[in-house]
Design a protein. Structure first.
Length: 528
């Protein structure tokens, strides 16, 4: 299996010369946490990508009005609380005392309203919220007012949703930046300051504790509660080679490896100096994303034909070690969540018939158009999938080009709407924490917003109607609407679910307080 071979080839690099000086020429017991992220940080603006590494960066630098706890319920974060009018059409959110930005300026309601409007121009849930609003405005310096066209009971869920484009609060002058222009100056009010002068993409990212940050009194609980920073600095060291990363962690030169390569976990556990833990009970969902804007995958029949040829078992075995680390999930939502049934079983369950799939591709009208699969070779949980898909499509008689690149180039390239002849793409693969796929509004993979929606730009008025109906439904309608949305998603196939797997994080055993969540948050962690 080509993808599995690729994954194991990553282990062949020598583990010598772990990191350049002076990064490791420091006292390992100093108040600096040295972290190996899962991929390189290229995009700093959390509204410009759904990449998990940018979301993690955003949690360091920015804070949110509301944030979810371990039960995925929204809790006040920058807010002290809220009031809702009797008719449900006016919400007042009050800011708590002592909030400051990293430049020393106080956080005001106008900063928050500008941030919400910019976020709502790009985020799928934010777009739905703003469409329901007559105005989002500052009632005074400490009060944000939402004036709604109709009741919107999911308002706090929108502001607090933890993955994809989080509603990061930034100063008004930055939040007034055109949503189609990236913000590059990182001024937030979160527990850590971004050290711009030390940022070298592909090498290192550094953060310093924000001394004026006022944690909430509650214990830290997932993304909510008291975000207490026990380290003066956090340094991210970009180490693309997994063997080198594992050796750095084992030797104590690094403290924490974001997502450990499964093949190396037994070695790390054997040392007795490293703790390995699953990051989140639900884990992660892998997907294949089609470019629905340009040929050949602007054709839903062709997308559906490819969906039917994919064997999830091969994709999961290529990035995990051991049968307990993954499961098939024939659903476009995360399996294990309420209202989710595996309605894609008939279309996707093995055994696979290659001849039947080739006939389906031909019947869909494929005429030899070039298919470009873009593939980030330095993300072990994604790279094997590009190889598997390219190999499968060639067997189906398609004209395929696999283009390998680093994660930064891949992240930028997938935003291109150009045809493949002008630097565009046809397919990419990615993954997301399963909680990101929990509801129709949150699940940007299947939303039908077209040019204003997520990468791939799937357009479906019927899908948007169903998502809007779900948003305004009561509990008795949930199962019916989830089923209707899934049925449509499997028919039009804007994406292909590839399975659900468990990620493992690894850290030195002298660290305590690690919060096991979909992202490895820096707060609450201390050296014992």
């Amino acid at each position: 299996m080509p993808a599995a071979l690729h994954r194991r080839s990553l282990l062949g690099s020598a583990a010598a010369a772990l990191l350049p000086a002076p990064a490791i020429a420091q006292d390992p017991r100093a108040r600096t946490l040295r972290f190996i992220p899962s991929s390189n940080l290229v995009i700093l603006d959390p509204l410009w990508t759904t990449l998990g590494i940018t979301m993690l960066h955003a949690y360091y630098v920015f804070d949110m009005l509301y944030a979810v706890d371990s039960r995925l319920q929204p809790q006040p974060q920058m807010a002290s609380g809220h009031d809702v009018s009797d008719d449900g059409r006016t919400w007042l959110i009050r800011l708590r005392d002592g909030l400051k930005f990293h430049d020393g300026e106080p956080v005001r309601a106008v900063d928050c309203t500008a941030s919400i409007r910019r976020w709502g121009a790009r985020d799928s849930f934010g777009q739905v919220l703003l469409a329901a609003c007559d105005a989002v405005e500052a009632a005074n310096d400490r009060t944000i007012r939402f004036r709604l066209k109709r009741p919107f009971p999911h308002l706090l869920d929108a502001l607090a949703h933890p993955i994809a484009s989080v509603c990061a609060i930034m100063p008004e002058r930055l939040a007034n930046t055109d949503p189609n222009t990236q913000v590059t100056k990182m001024v937030g009010s979160g527990p850590f300051r971004f050290l711009k002068d030390e940022f070298v993409t592909g090498s290192r990212v550094a953060y310093a504790k924000f001394d004026d940050y006022q944690p909430r009194r509650e214990p830290a609980d997932w993304a909510s509660g008291g975000k207490r920073a026990y380290f003066d600095r956090v340094e991210w060291h970009i180490i693309p080679d997994p063997a080198t990363a594992a050796a750095a962690l084992e030797s104590g030169e690094m403290d924490w490896w974001d997502i450990a390569l499964p093949d190396l976990v037994p070695m790390l556990q054997h040392t007795g100096r490293v703790t390995v833990a699953y990051t989140d009970p639900l884990g992660y969902d892998s997907i294949l994303r089609f470019n629905c804007l340009n040929p050949p995958f602007d054709n839903p029949a062709l997308r559906h034909a490819v969906l039917g040829a994919i064997d999830q078992r091969e994709y999961m075995q290529a990035i995990t070690a051991g049968e307990k680390a993954w499961r098939t999930c024939y659903a476009v939502f995360a399996c294990g969540l309420p209202h989710v049934r595996e309605l894609g079983t008939d279309a996707m369950q093995p055994p696979k018939d290659l001849d039947k799939s080739k006939a389906a591709v031909a019947a869909a009208g494929y005429k030899g158009e070039k298919v470009v699969v873009i593939n980030p070779t330095d993300i072990p949980s994604i790279a094997p999938h590009g190889e598997l898909t390219a190999d499968l499509l060639k067997k189906l008689g398609m004209n395929v080009e696999l283009q390998a690149m680093d994660a930064g180039t891949w992240a930028q390239r997938r935003t291109s709407k150009e045809p493949v002849e002008r630097g565009g793409w046809s397919i990419f693969h990615t993954n997301a924490p399963s909680i990101a796929l929990g509801t129709p509004t949150l699940n940007f993979y299947i939303r039908g917003q077209g040019a204003t929606g997520w990468l791939g730009w799937f357009k479906s008025e019927e899908m948007e109607r169903l998502c809007d109906e779900w948003l305004n439904s009561d509990a008795s309608e949930q199962d019916r609407l989830f089923d209707a949305i899934q049925t449509l998603a499997f028919r039009d196939a804007p994406m292909v679910p590839l399975g659900q797997y468990s990620g493992q994080t690894a850290y030195r055993s002298d660290l305590s307080g690690v919060i096991l969540a979909a992202l490895n948050f820096p707060w609450n962690v201390r050296r014992t």
